[in-house]
Structure formats: C-alpha cells, structure tokens
Write a protein that binds this ligand. Sequence first.
Ligand code: ATP
Ligand code: MG
Length: 386
Amino acid sequence: MSNNTIQIKIEVKKSGLKRKLDEIIRSIEGMHVQMSHDTRRADLLIFELGNDTENEFQHIRSLLNSDVVAEVFLISENSDPAVLMQAIKTGAKEFFTLPLKEEEVKQALKELKKKIKRANRRNSPEIGQIITVVGSKGGIGTTTVAINLAVNLAEKQNVKSVALIDMNMMFGEIPLFLEIKPGYDWGEIVKNISRLDSTFLMNILTKHSSGVHILPSPGSLNGSASAAPEMMGHLTGFMQKLFDFVIIDAGQSANEITLKILEMSDNVLLMSLLSLPCLSNTNKLLQSISDLGFLPEERIKIIINRYLTKSEISLQDAEEGIHKKIFWTIPNDYGTTMSAINNGKPLSGIAPKAQITKNLNNLTDTFAPKEEKQPTKWWKILSNRS
Ligand SMILES: Nc1ncnc2c1ncn2[C@@H]1O[C@H](COP(=O)(O)OP(=O)(O)OP(=O)(O)O)[C@@H](O)[C@H]1O
Ligand SMILES: [Mg+2]
C-alpha cells in the first residue's frame, strides 16, 4: 500500500450504510477503509450521528483535537438546525442526510483527495511551485510580468532553478523579450511525449543568461494543435520535479490546456487593468473558475497593471466590482517596459533602479522562500581578522 493512500475510519450504526460507504470508497482510487481495530491516524472519519448527539460530538471533538482523525464527514437522519450548528462548530467538513446520495459523497471524497494531494505536494521540498500568469485581456502585460517574475526568482539566493513556459500558441513572445534563439519548443516534446525524461527535456530547454530555463511555444499549429491537456499537464508536472519554480505565461486564452494548467498551479496571477472591459473580463474569469470549482479562491491573485493613483476607477470600486481583494498593483511605466522589450532584456537588466523594477522584485519576494539573514558587517570584519 502506498504511503499516499488516504486512510478512512468509518463509525456508523447501520451495517447496510457501512457496506454502501465501503463500496463508494472502493470506487475511488487511493483510498483505504481502516478495520475497526486499526489505531493509526486517519485522514477522514465518516461518522453517523444517533440520538446521543451531545456525547457523540464530544467524542468527535476529542478525536480531532488529538489528531487521531484529520477531517470529519457526518451522516445523520436528523438535519435540524441545532444539530447542523453543532456540526459546523465541531469542524465537520460535510454533512449528509439519510438516505445517502451516492454522488454527493463521491464528490466530497474526491475533493478531499485533491486537497490532501495538494497539501502533500506543498510539504514536499522536491516539488517546485507552479505560478501561472494569465491575462484577462490581451496586451495588458502578462508576458512582462511572467518574464520578470521568472528572472527575479532566478536571482534569489534561495532559489536554485527556474523554468519559464510559454503557453501562447503561435504568438509566444518570450524569445523576443529575452533575445534568445531557441532551437526547440514544447511542440517537440508533445510529438515525442513517450521519450520525456530529464535529459530529453534539458536538451529542449534554452538557458537564458539569468539562469532561467525557457520552453517556448510552437510558432505554428503544425502537429502541436493536437496537444492534449493531459500531455501539457504531464509535461508541467514533470518540470515541477526538476525546478524550484515553473512560471507559465498563459496569455489570455481560456482553453482546455490553460484550465489544466490552472488546476495544477499553486498560484495564479490574474492580470487586469482599472478599466471597465478589463474588470468585466476579470469578473467573468473569476466566476467561471469558481463555477468549475477546481481552483481554491485563495490561489488566485488579482494584479492590477499600469496602475495610476489618479485613475477614474478606484481600487475600492474595482474590488467591489469583482468581489475580490486586489493582491498587487504595478505602476504605469510604458517607457521602461517598452525599452526592456526593445532591448530584449528583463527590467532588472535595463533599469534596476526604476520603481517598476523594484515593484516587480517585491512581488517576486511574496513567492520566493525567505532568504537567510546575512551576518552583519561587523561580524564579517571580526571573522576576517581572526
Ligand atoms: N506596467 C506597465 N506600464 C506601462 N506599460 C506596460 C506595463 N506593463 C506592460 N506594458 C506595456 O504593455 C504592452 C504589452 O505588454 P506585454 O506584451 O507584456 O502584454 P501581454 O498581455 O503579454 O500581451 P499579448 O496579449 O500580446 O501577449 C507592452 O508595450 C508593454 O510595454
Ligand atoms: Mg504576451
């Protein structure tokens, strides 16, 4: 049995109910129902409430507090508000009423599985972070942010490796922005997906002088149009094992591939401007993502680019319009961003002291691991003397 198997304890009164739950759980890969005498910690307890709810809630609370179980799903015949209130207070994640709706339970278990998988991934230092930059419109600075984020990360003391993937089919511009001439793009990998290993991948990637490894998008639809979302998901997941950070310029498309990548992302930077059309698109995107239900809301970060303090639409208006807090604003600086593009350099290479460069470096710091404190200068002097 793999260590990643989700352990489930079942405490129910009716044997028919136990059989039903066993059957549902067996239909989902990677889950295991513990025997009644198993004392190991469980990821989930499925508990059926009876008549003695006071003692039963007390029992559940003590299991949760002592971390014998991590999550609880409750089943009850009785859905009166007082019981529901108690269930919420106790921290139960789901409440099912009898007769059990199989699909509902299945869905909740699948959600739990995803959540545990994500948490495991986060706790595993070998797996890198995926940050996807996506535009709510074209031409609003998505590529500028993706590139500078990747380059800034590569310059951080605690970051060993960064990859940058261009997902803009046909119109990828990363090679132009960074003045590189890549020999290959991800179309090459998609055509030979069965050969994907680290040697093959590293041969395909182009290394920029900043240290960022770049995977451009195909410049034509030939052969790559058939790239299935699963293939791109597999490729991105593979890169995650090799790099501390995988930054993705997803452009503004919301196709199946983008959705797959969004689902895998630890953070999604949703680019917007303080303009009505852009905020309206941002709203639509947020709504669609929420309807699809595959990406927790807190992983989406709204970034307002080209921010002017005297804008007609205030940040507060925008937040009210999109029903979400704005995570970051990037100042308007057409001259510096254009000069960086025209010179094929990141902002830190063209204008290290500019406000926009510092702003993007500060944005990068919110994702980079904290740097170790350098010894103070006097300490360095003393240690050099001895
Ligand atoms: N903070 C900013 N202030 C002013 N201009 C900016 C800013 N960020 C980007 N720009 C300008 O916006 C234009 C588009 O930038 P960029 O190519 O990064 O956007 P994009 O969303 O990737 O566009 P596309 O949809 O073509 O891929 C460029 O001319 C760039 O100079
Ligand atoms: Mg772009």
